[in-house]
Design a binder for this molecule. Structure first.
Ligand code: GRF
Length: 203
């Protein structure tokens, strides 16, 4: 399986997937890492792992459509079977989403359908939730709204801040994202209509 990973920042999820590939857990490898930010630390992680990198700055484009058109060209030049969004902080146009439907994953730091969008950790604290967590889902046109594949839950502790909560959620992200990529790489995971299917069972 040829993976292309899109990032905007630290890339700790990227690192978890690199490590899982190197351990032989994923039946495939990352062929390229694409960032919309030149200073994303994840680019260093990719280079250290010998992975091709490409920066495509949204500031060089007049419109979201123009950016995404070029982004699709860059993605396709690497001929991926799966596109992995790992902290790629851009809203995608419908045209791009449709092109990769069933072949694009995202990780979102909440128990979807709760807290789509930003500031999820603070929102869970403000709502006095007992549990919080993270979701991996197929990408559809609805922002953070596609079929959920796997979630991890963590308790919200009395003294948690957005930072402490984010740290513990991140630990779970690094477990569940490589696992979902592994399933996909083994052809066990597909998207059918509005839901995800694992080993022929609807999730
Ligand atoms: C993670 O919190 C992920 O859930 C969200 O963006 C963040 C990316 O972190 N979509 P990293 O760049 O992988 O460290």
């Amino acid at each position: 399986t040829r993976l292309v990973v899109l990032i905007s920042g630290s890339g700790s999820n990227l690192q978890a997937i690199i490590d899982a590939c190197e351990r032989g857990e994923i039946n495939g490898h990352i062929v390229a890492v694409i960032s919309n930010k030149a200073d994303a630390y994840g680019l260093e992680r990719a280079k250290q792992a010998g992975i091709a990198t490409k920066v495509l700055s949204h500031k060089d484009f007049d419109s979201r459509e123009a950016y995404d058109a070029q982004l699709m060209n860059v993605i396709d030049s690497f001929m991926p079977n799966l596109v992995v969004l790992a902290g790629f902080m851009r809203i995608l146009t419908p045209g791009l989403v449709q092109k990769y439907v069933g072949k694009m994953l995202n990780i979102h730091p909440s128990l979807l359908p709760k807290y789509q969008g930003l500031n999820t950790h603070q929102r869970a604290i403000d709502a006095k939730d007992d549990v919080h967590g993270v979701s991996v889902h197929f990408v559809t046109e609805e922002l953070d709204g596609g079929p959920v594949i796997l979630q991890a839950q963590i308790p919200v502790l009395k003294d948690d801040t957005a930072e402490t909560l984010a740290k513990r959620v991140h630990e779970q992200e690094h477990i569940i994202y490589p696992l979902v990529v592994k399933w996909f790489s083994e052809h066990r995971l597909t998207m059918e209509a509005d839901y995800a299917v694992l080993d022929k069972k609807q999730l």
